[in-house]
Design a protein around this ligand. Structure first.
Ligand code: ADP
Ligand code: MG
Length: 272
């Protein structure tokens, strides 16, 4: 096990898939909320210029004075970007549309892929009496420099896959990118797991996709599947995670199960 006297390090998980609309942001918000609900202290880093994770957590655009843009350009510390959310124990470093330009701004810097990692290191190096136990990074739908920064900073990747016909398409490209980042930038990077999203039991195709993904990715696929649930899609327009909007709905219950499955995997990893 880890050195009992060492300060606890947060587990840094990145939600990545270069396809849009597969449930990255929804999973960041609701997994983050579920982890906070069971006592973890969670920080979501919003690395998507669209800022949907920030909006879905009730952070309106006007109040995003310091964002992940300023963190990546070095104008501000990560600590100064961190904002409370409507969920106790869940914090967010919001994004703004400025992020669209950050790639060009830092492209010629030698540390361009390490900006986020260094910012997180500085956060953990400060006087932290009550440190984050999980950091979840929400990525844009692209394998660009923002996603590379996230993969370089992370311990492990969580891949949301939508239960639709083309689910596996693009997965090998993502796995290849993860492999490249592991060998060039971040040797400790692993695949934490694949989460199947928007599962519809009435749709035969959904069942077939689940079978294919489980065959291809084996035990990396979480037992928990997130069902397609209208409450999940309504919640962001209320600036709330679905767990605050409708705790009893199938989507909320699934995200609670996913959180406990992830914590179990973490325990098994630490015991090994
Ligand atoms: P990504 O971040 O990968 O682009 P999102 O999390 O934004 O994907 O999800 C895409 C769309 O699908 C959003 O409108 C979201 O509300 C909706 N959605 C995500 N998960 C579910 C779900 N389990 N049930 C119903 N709608 C969902
Ligand atoms: Mg998104």
């Amino acid at each position: 096990g880890p050195d009992a006297g060492a300060p606890a390090q947060p587990r840094i998980l990145v939600l990545a898939n270069q396809k849009g609309g597969v449930g990255k942001t929804t999973t960041a918000i609701n997994l983050g909320t579920a982890l906070a609900a069971i006592g973890e202290k969670v920080l979501i880093l919003d690395l998507d210029p669209q800022g949907n994770a920030s909006t879905g957590l009730g952070i309106d655009r006007k109040s995003r004075r310091v964002s992940t843009y300023h963190v990546l350009t070095g104008e501000a510390s990560l600590e100064s970007a961190i904002t409370e959310t409507v969920v106790p124990g869940l914090f967010v470093a919001p994004s703004t549309l400025d992020l669209l330009g950050v790639e060009l701004e830092i492209a010629s810097q030698r540390d361009r892929a390490h900006r986020l990692r260094n910012a997180i290191k500085a956060l953990m190096g400060g006087d932290v009496t009550n440190p984050f136990t999980y950091i979840l990074i929400d990525c844009p739908p692209s394998l660009n420099l923002l996603t590379i920064n996230a993969l370089t900073a992370a311990d492990a990747v969580l891949v949301p896959l939508q239960c639709e016909f083309f689910a596996l398409e693009g997965l090998s490209q993502l796995l290849k990118t993860v492999e490249q980042v592991r060998s060039a930038l971040n040797p400790k990077l692993t695949i934490h797991g694949v989460v199947l999203t928007m599962f519809d039991p009435r749709n035969n195709l959904s069942g077939q996709v689940v079978a294919d993904v489980r065959q291809f990715m084996g035990s990396k696929v979480y037992e928990t599947m997130i069902p397609r649930n209208v409450r999940v899609s309504e919640a962001p327009s209320h600036g709330k995670p679905v767990l605050l909007y409708d705790l009893k709905c199938a989507g909320s219950q699934a995200y609670l199960r996913l959180a406990s499955e992830i914590i179990q995997r973490e325990r098994a990893l630490r015991a090994a």
